[in-house]
Design a protein around this ligand. Structure first.
Ligand SMILES: *Cc1c(COP(=O)(O)O)cnc(C)c1O
Length: 416
């Protein structure tokens, strides 16, 4: 699928469905996902590996909606989780526990037990203390845990500081220098099987260079470990491949990236895992919103939407750019330079600043592009705003895959 969201007769469609018809029935704000775009990206990864042993483990944290998880589970994907809650989601969506890898610096004993009970594929362990905990809990449950150490290759991911994770001073992983000794000591843990090495250096990488540099360092570690008689069988490269948010962004293609990885690993008899999140779902989603008002303050123009930072926090959190396009295109209207803001009571509540966009008017619909990853999952009830509905499109059909929250949903569990 080339463009999941494109204009036909000046009406923006999601696959074969006009977005205005979705807005009319599902309301706004509302996330709209293209199932064929998600599957297309998954198959691009899978096909690029060909018959090299591999598994694509979708990073659930990018978008954990059950419909997306079940779509990917059906296509054969594994899953990368970072919490017990994400494992619960995967199991509910019909994902196979034995294709799940569990990362994260702060796994609790309850989470480790839950994962062991369900027989997940492996833990990406991020400290020696965690290794001891996994060993003790596996022993108690009479099982053996497969573990890889998440090493920190000390490579600069060249991305936004808040989503860079691969430098020595970051909280993630284990210093690659120290890892060798930890692997050697781990042999004394009788309920742990050290099968793999993993790394994840950051997110939204627009160049493959740092990913490949990390791979080289990790491969050198695999070779050293094997020389010492530690039989590493798996290499997990994490996620991180970037996507174009601006029309001028150029992201590495999945095919080129995987081809380069395959070349470097060839002949080593290693199973390769990848944990893409953003690059599977980011471009497959938009946030559909309606213009509430226009106004001018001190000569500055504002477009006020019904979507806000509680729905999509990336602009406020990371200064992220999302294209904002009119759902009905009318070139005769011209453009306007404005701040695009939501109703939340924070000056930081904006979706775009000083943006030249179509001259949209109250009542018009806009599509906030590239909102499929780290959109809904980072949304909140701030200002007691119900979280948005989510819709999945397939061809000319669509369905609501998460109801818009009600006021009652917002106060569930509270006691006056
Ligand atoms: C966030 C994360 C991913 C996914 O990253 P993307 O940039 O969305 O591909 C993969 N693995 C781990 C361990 C992560 O923390």
């Amino acid at each position: 699928m080339q463009q999941p969201f494109a204009y036909r007769d000046n009406r923006m469609h999601a696959e074969d469905v006009p977005l205005d018809s979705i807005a009319r029935r599902a309301g706004t704000p509302c996330f709209v996902y293209s199932s064929n775009a998600i599957l297309g990206r998954y198959h691009a990864y899978d096909r690029a590996f060909g018959d090299a042993p591999h598994r694509i483990c979708y990073a659930v944290k990018a978008n954990g909606n059950l419909a997306i998880l079940s779509l990917l589970a059906g296509a054969g994907a594994g899953f990368d989780i970072v919490s017990g809650g994400e494992l619960f989601r995967v199991l509910r969506a019909g994902g196979a526990a034995d294709k799940v890898v569990f990362a994260g610096v702060g796994k609790t004993a309850e989470e480790v037990e839950y994962a062991l009970e369900h027989g997940i594929h492996s833990f990406s362990c991020e400290s020696e203390a965690e290794l001891s905990l996994i060993d003790a809990l596996a022993s108690r449950l009479g099982t053996k845990a497969r573990v890889s150490l998440r090493v920190n290759p000390d490579v600069d991911a060249v991305t936004h500081p808040k989503i860079s994770t691969g430098l020595r001073e970051h909280k993630f992983g284990i210093d690659i220098q120290a890892a060798e000794e930890i692997y050697a000591r781990a042999r004394w843990h009788s309920h742990i099987q050290m099968e793999g090495v993993s790394c994840h250096i950051g997110s939204q990488l627009l160049r493959a260079g740092p990913l490949l540099a990390a791979l080289d360092r990790v491969l050198a570690l695999v070779d050293r470990l094997r020389e010492k008689g530690i039989p590493i069988q798996e290499l997990d490269l994490g996620g991180g491949l970037g996507i174009p948010y601006r029309p001028t962004d150029e992201a590495p293609s999945i095919e080129d990236y995987v081809a380069q990885v395959k070349n470097r690993v060839a002949g080593r008899n290693l199973t390769l895992l990848m944990e893409p999140g953003r690059s599977l779902v980011g471009e497959a989603g938009v946030l559909l919103s309606r213009v509430l008002y226009r106004k001018t303050n001190a000569g500055k123009e504002f477009v006020i939407l019904d979507a806000a930072m509680n729905d999509l926090i990336r602009p406020s959190l990371y200064e992220a750019h999302h294209e904002i396009l009119p759902v009905k295109r009318d070139p005769s209207r011209g453009t306007v330079k404005a701040d695009v803001v939501g109703p939340v009571c924070e000056t930081g509540d904006y979706l775009a600043r000083d943006r030249e966009l179509a001259n949209v008017l109250p009542g018009d619909l806009v599509a906030i592009s590239t909102a499929g990853a780290y959109g809904f999952v980072m949304s909140s009830n701030y200002n007691a705003r119900p979280r948005a509905a989510e819709v999945m499109v397939a061809g000319d059909g669509w369905r609501i895959v998460r109801q818009r929250e009600t006021f009652d949903d917002i106060i569930r569990g509270e006691m006056a």
